[in-house]
Structure formats: structure tokens, C-alpha cells
Design a binder for this molecule. Structure first.
Ligand SMILES: Nc1ncnc2c1ncn2[C@@H]1O[C@H](COP(=O)(O)OP(=O)(O)O)[C@@H](O)[C@H]1O
Ligand SMILES: [Mg+2]
Length: 189
């Protein structure tokens, strides 16, 4: 099984590139953001809890995210592989993911880090907010999310380097060009 972690700041193109990877390699996509947004839309208890954090640009607590992740992962039986989009976002989540996969005889195949400069992230997210109406894509919340990204999520870059899974991808440029770089990394696995 291919277990791909797609990583990067908000607006780095994780969702965009995941859709292409899913189509080309026939993987299942686990976007924790999409899972949470669906729960919010459906007005579930989980959705209500999640909304408070998301509206404030904060991360959902690790224990809750790890439970959600494991149950979505286990819903894909006989899968060719999965792409983890938006998870892990903390060191604790990366450790939990490693353990979750290990007890299932699996491991992360590669971590793709989409690197995009901050001014470009801001431009993309403000545009996405205008086009899709995503509630957390407003300037104030984006700024909070970028602070959270730098303090809690970016340390995973060194964590995955130490784990031997890290792959840097230049996330600036055409979507096709970026996808070509991703494919060449996956095809080497
Ligand atoms: N290579 C790119 N160049 C320009 N804009 C992009 C690129 N990749 C994604 N975008 C745009 O940036 C926004 C954020 O992309 P998305 O895939 O939703 O990022 P993430 O899932 O990492 O937050 C989207 O509106 C998308 O259309
Ligand atoms: Mg996304």
C-alpha cells in the first residue's frame, strides 16, 4: 500500500494536488479538513466541537483528530493506498500516525512538502475565500492559521527528515509542473 502524506501550509496546494494524485494512482483521499467541514455542515456533535476551533484558526485537539483519522483509514478496505491531506499537523499526530500504520503492518511511504512563500499563500487563500466562501479563508483567520502552522506544524519537516520520508516539492509554479515533480517522486518509490 502507498501511504502518502501531503504536507504544506494552508493554501500550499495540498487539496489541488491530492485530487490529481487520486486520479492518477487510484488512491483514497483522506482530507481531515473536508471530514470536519462535512461534520459542521451536518450539524453533528463533532461538527459543533470542530467549528469552535476552526473559526478561531486553531487545531482540533490531537486525541480527537487521531480517532477520526483511524476510523476513516479503516473504512478503506483493500485500498491501493491513501493520501493523508491535512494530517498530521503536530508531532504527536505524526507519532500516532506511525503507530496506527505500524499495528496494521504499514508505514508512511513518502512525505511531500509543498513549499510556497507566505505572500503567495495569502493571495491564494483570500481568492479561495472569495470563490468558495470557506469561512476560515479571511485575512484575520488566515494570519492565525499561518502562526499555528509555523509553531505546531512546520516542526514536522525535521521529524520526517529524521524518519527518512521527507521529500521537498517547490509549490510555486503551474499546477501541472508541480504535479509532474510529485509524480516523479512517487514513481521512484
Ligand atoms: N500551483 C498553484 N498556483 C496557483 N494557485 C494554486 C496552485 N495550487 C493551488 N492553488 C490555489 O490555491 C488555493 C489553495 O489550494 P488548496 O489545494 O486548497 O490548498 P490547501 O489544501 O493546501 O489549503 C486554491 O484556491 C487553489 O486553486
Ligand atoms: Mg485543503
Amino acid at each position: 500500500m502507498l501511504n502518502i502524506v501531503i504536507f504544506g501550509a494552508p493554501g500550499s496546494g495540498k487539496g489541488t494536488q491530492s485530487a490529481r494524485i487520486v486520479e492518477k494512482y487510484g488512491l483514497n483521499h483522506i482530507s481531515t479538513g473536508d471530514v470536519l467541514r462535512a461534520e459542521i455542515k451536518n450539524g453533528t456533535e463533532l461538527g459543533k466541537t470542530a467549528k469552535g476551533y476552526i473559526d478561531n484558526g486553531q487545531l482540533i485537539p490531537d486525541a480527537l483528530m487521531i480517532d477520526i483519522l483511524a476510523s476513516v483509514f479503516d473504512s478503506f478496505k483493500d485500498s491501493k493506498g491513501v493520501i493523508f491531506d491535512g494530517f498530521p499537523r503536530t508531532i504527536a499526530q505524526a507519532e500516532a500516525l506511525k503507530e496506527m500504520l505500524k499495528v496494521r503492518g504499514q508505514e508512511v511511504s513518502i512525505m511531500l512538502d509543498l513549499e510556497v512563500p507566505e505572500d503567495e499563500l495569502m493571495t491564494r487563500l483570500i481568492k479561495r475565500g472569495q470563490e468558495s466562501g470557506r469561512a476560515d479563508d479571511n485575512e484575520e483567520t488566515i494570519k492565525k492559521r499561518l502562526v499555528v502552522y509555523h509553531s505546531q506544524t512546520a516542526p514536522l519537516i525535521d521529524w520526517y527528515k529524521n524518519d527518512g520520508k521527507y521529500c521537498h516539492i517547490n509549490g510555486l509554479g503551474s499546477m501541472d509542473g508541480i504535479f509532474a515533480d510529485i509524480c516523479s517522486a512517487i514513481d521512484k518509490l
